[in-house]
Design a protein around this ligand. Structure first.
Ligand code: UD1
Length: 426
């Protein structure tokens, strides 16, 4: 079975660049549907969620060219508005094709989306918001949207859902009239999507109260655009270095978008600062406990970094408590961390971490994307050998986690069942 092998218990030193953002590139790629011509997306991460998105784009008639980290999408002709089940069931963000296809073609047919099993992840907020925009839905086995009467409107989200906010934006940039999204999600990836669409000629504005105003335009032009670094990947490596100790620099990464993580790192005794277009972390590996933290929509602590933070706190001096407020199934990493010597108890939406200093290597399995990253971070900090299985999850979001961490001095390699990856080639 393919797995990552880590000889842990040694600090990380060095500097790396961070791949383009997954959660920004998925809506940006999907939004290419909204206008004719060829959009070039640079710094596009080579991850499996992107590959699935490209196949979905091809399935609706887009022509796609991929060269290294550049992707060109030609959406001059959309030939089909029906999204195939197989690909859509792999990724949650396939739901964004609802907004892009309804915006461009006024019709869309999609299966219910898939994605990591971190919670129920319904799409009720998407559907209710689209109904406000005049879209009608039929069928109950697929999402069948009739957008002939699509029109700008005021939409107030009961919860600032990232996906629903993006979907409303995609549907409304070409809709007649004005759309106002109140209680819109404030994640930086949404502003990156709006920035990309505005470059193409859309008129979106984030207002002071956080709402997003979209004035419908008639068409969008093609552009070239380079994705910003992935703040969750950056956060993962910062947490890995906090746990393992050492000093690392992430080039081209600012702490804007990671303010809540920076505050947490300081609270647990890790030095973090930014300057000269990069951020730097120094840790002696001695981590203080975190009495209480809860995940929250941005600018709160990101749910995506909750599992990697657990890996850090497992080795802290004292007890920590974390409440997960976004997804109901995000503690599946706990039994795996326990195999590595962690003392963690789960109760409803909380975990109590009885920090200790006796973590050790073990054979563990990723159960979702960020739990996989957390197990790699734990393996780097824990003395002994850790083998992490479930690589397909990690590859959904990390372009080459072994390459990146080796550049920081980690002893980490990918075993492909029979073949061991040659570190010098990776
Ligand atoms: C996005 C991110 C994911 C991140 C999450 C929260 C992408 C591709 N994924 O996921 O990495 O963890 O934001 O920051 O960008 N909900 C409903 N009904 C809906 C929509 C959402 O109940 O119609 C609930 C979800 O079940 C969840 C919460 O709202 O409990 C947050 O979901 P949402 O913000 O929509 O996350 P995603 O867009 O799925």
């Amino acid at each position: 079975m393919r797995h990552i092998t880590i000889a842990g218990g040694r600090p990380l030193y060095g500097q790396i660049k961070i791949q383009g953002s997954k959660n920004a590139v998925l809506p940006v790629l999907t939004s290419c549907i909204l206008g004719e011509g060829i959009c070039r997306i640079e710094n596009c991460p080579r991850i499996s969620d992107v590959e699935v998105t490209l196949r979905l784009l091809e399935s609706v008639g887009c022509r796609v060219i991929r060269r290294e980290n550049m992707v060109a999408v030609d959406a001059s002709q959309i030939t089909c508005c029906r999204i195939p089940e197989r690909e859509a069931s792999c990724i949650r963000s396939s739901i964004l094709f609802l907004g892009a296809l309804t915006g461009r073609c006024r019709t869309a047919s999609l299966p219910f989306p898939g994605g990591c099993a971190i919670g129920a992840r319904p799409v009720d907020l998407h559907v209710a918001s689209f109904e406000k925009l005049g879209v009608r839905f039929e069928g109950n086995r697929r999402i069948e949207a009739d957008g002939r009467e699509l029109c700008g409107a005021k939409v107030t989200l009961p919860f600032p859902s990232v996906g629903a906010t993006e979907n409303i934006i995609l549907a409304s940039v070409l809709a007649p009239g004005e759309t106002l999204i109140q209680n819109a999600a404030r994640e930086p990836e949404i502003d990156e999507l709006c920035g990309f669409l505005n470059l193409r000629g859309a008129k979106t504005t984030r207002r002071k109260d956080g709402s997003i105003r979209i004035e419908g335009v008639r068409k969008l032009r093609p552009v070239s655009y380079s994705m910003k670094p992935d703040r969750i990947v950056a956060g993962t490596y910062l947490l890995a270095a906090a746990a393992a100790g050492g000093r690392i620099r992430l080039q081209g990464v600012s702490l804007s978008g990671l303010e809540s993580l920076a505050a947490v790192l300081q609270r647990i005794g890790v030095q973090i600062r930014e300057g000269n277009g990069s951020c730097e972390l120094a840790s002696d590996g001695r981590i203080q406990a975190l009495p209480y933290l809860e995940t929250a929509p941005y600018p709160g602590f990101p749910t995506d970094l909750q599992s990697p933070l657990l890996a850090v706190l497992a080795g802290a001096a004292g007890e920590s408590l974390i409440r997960e407020k976004i997804f109901e199934n995000r503690f599946r990493v706990v039994p795996e961390l326990v195999k590595m010597g962690a003392e963690i108890k789960t109760e409803k939406d909380c975990v109590k971490i009885y920090g200790n200093r006796h973590m050790h290597g073990a054979d563990v399995m990723a159960t979702d994307l960020r739990s996989g990253a957390a197990l790699v971070a734990a393996g780097l900090a824990a003395p002994g050998t850790t083998k992490v299985g479930g690589l397909a999850y990690i590859e959904r979001g990390y372009e080459n986690i072994c390459r990146d961490l080796r550049q920081l001095g980690a002893d980490i390699s990918l075993s492909d069942g029979s073949r061991k990856e040659n570190p010098r080639k990776a």
